[in-house]
Write a protein that binds this ligand. Structure first.
Ligand SMILES: *Cc1c(COP(=O)(O)O)cnc(C)c1O
Length: 456
């Protein structure tokens, strides 16, 4: 088989700035050893997130020019609506400025104290929007999804028995909806199988509960189904997407992921009464229902992005380039979550730095070293992000200590990825010399964004 190439050529380039190791040491120190606080211009390869960092196509940029900026009933809205309908099949399509705005609207209407929401794994903004209403967000990930070193094709699946148990325990009247996050971002970008979607739908049907998707990476999920699930190898990705969504009653979406744009989102649903309530809240918080916090040009770019994201040459390149980085790291012995997910590689920091205890934040130590070594910006997803304290001020660590290397869509070439692997392997080869870090400042909530550290 021949090399899988980037299915595009480059028309416009954005230079990246080289710095020396000495400069990076100083930059990191003045940022309090927190890569969120580094200027992007001081980063060589930015793997902080795949959200809103996609490169748009020439057709999307053309759409930006075509954008109809009419306040109401813009042509661009109808193009957006029909593109979203084509994939979701849903009746009511509500644009929002990003994913969390859709979540905020949906959950503030159906949430509240005493309510429970179940998911394979709620993403952090989704969980926050549920908990903000006083409701509870319950993660019911299948067992294999919690074991980072074990390979399985669909580690994003929901534990269906656990869902039935939850319904039995809290009562179906207290569960406004069940949600599947496709792919499971917080669980390593792992996909959910069509069989699992069907099984979850069966339970939902039995208890008359709506099933929603957190659909941010629906196309990557569909491509994994095509690659890994029997019976789907000859279906088109668009057909698979349509089948996935045929089991759902609605979706929330961050267009910053699989719509290949820099801003945008939606809430889609079939329940007319709920849709009316959502639209009314949208008018107060986001804007009129035919633009919902976006410009007409953004709606055009999303509509075009949704056509491009289901292109199988694109998805083959996308999934393969993540896997390619994963393979290089695995071959060098670097411990990562296996198999590689769709949008990111997750280094298992506990196995990478077994000599650094969790209260010295091994993930953060790796993040800092990757920056100094090669100008890479990555993100700790471990006890800096999710750690809490008990009554005596002792750290309650996160379930896993991970470092995420998120791959922006269509932005970096194979040689960039080769370079990333070289930097990670270089740091891995001298891992014994790495030390932990200590937190010297932290905010009471979402501390990872602003915390300051001191290296040991
Ligand atoms: C990014 C993301 C969101 C939130 O979307 P924003 O556009 O960042 O508000 C929700 N769920 C998942 C799975 C995500 O990856």
């Amino acid at each position: 088989m021949k090399t899988i190439i980037e299915p595009f050529k480059i028309k416009s380039v954005e230079p990246i700035r080289f710095t020396t190791k000495e400069e990076r040491k100083k930059i990191l120190e003045s940022a309090g050893y927190n890569t969120f606080l580094i200027h992007a211009d001081d980063v060589l390869i930015d793997l902080l997130t795949d959200s809103g960092t996609s490169a748009m196509s020439s057709d999307q940029w053309a759409g930006i020019m075509r954008g109809d900026e009419s306040y109401a009933g813009a042509k661009s809205f109808y193009r957006f609506e029909s593109a979203v309908k084509n994939i979701t099949g849903d009746t009511f399509i509500i644009p929002t400025h990003q994913g969390r705005a859709a979540e905020k609207i949906l959950f503030s209407i159906i949430g509240g104290p005493g309510k429970y929401f179940a998911s394979n794994t709620f993403f952090d903004t989704t969980r926050a929007n549920i908990e903000f209403t006083g409701a509870e967000a319950v993660d019911l990930l299948c067992a294999v999804g919690k074991r980072p070193e074990e390979r399985a094709p669909f580690k994003g699946n929901m534990d269906v028995d656990a869902l039935e148990n939850l319904i039995g325990k809290v009562g179906k009247e207290n569960i406004p909806l069940v949600m599947l996050t496709v792919t499971n971002n917080s669980g390593g970008g792992q996909p959910v199988s069509m069989q699992n979607i069907r099984d979850v739908k069966e339970v939902c049907k039995k208890f008359q509960l709506p099933l929603y998707f957190d659909a941010c990476r629906f196309a990557e999920n569909a491509y994994f189904i095509k690659l890994r699930e029997k019976g789907y190898e000859n279906k088109s990705v668009l057909e698979i997407c349509k089948e996935m969504f045929s089991y759902a009653d609605g979706s929330t979406m961050s267009a910053k992921k699989d719509a290949l744009v820099n801003i945008g989102g939606w809430l889609s649903l079939n329940d007319e009464e709920l849709a009316m309530k959502c639209r009314n809240l949208l008018i107060v918080t986001e804007g009129f229902p035919t633009y919902g916090g976006l410009a007409g040009r953004d709606l055009e770019a999303i509509a075009q992005g949704l056509e491009e994201v289901v292109d199988e040459h694109y998805l083959q390149y996308r999934i393969r380039s993540t896997e390619y980085l994963g393979e290089k790291l695995i071959n060098a012995g670097v411990p990562i979550i296996e198999p590689p997910g769709g949008h990111a590689i997750y280094i298992d920091a506990k196995r990478f730095l077994p000599h650094v205890p969790v209260n010295e934040y091994p993930g953060q130590s790796i993040v800092c070293e990757l920056y100094v070594e090669g100008g890479l910006r990555t993100c700790e997803i471990g006890s800096v992000m999710f750690g809490k304290y008990d009554k005596d001020g002792k750290l309650i660590p996160a379930m896993m200590e991970l470092v995420r290397l998120a791959i922006p869509r269509r932005v970096y070439t194979q040689s960039h990825i080769d370079y990333v692997a070289e930097v990670v392997i270089e740091v891995f080869n001298r891992r014994e010399k790495l030390k932990g870090v200590e937190i010297i400042y932290e905010a009471p909530m979402l501390r990872h964004f602003t915390a300051k550290f001191k290296p040991h």
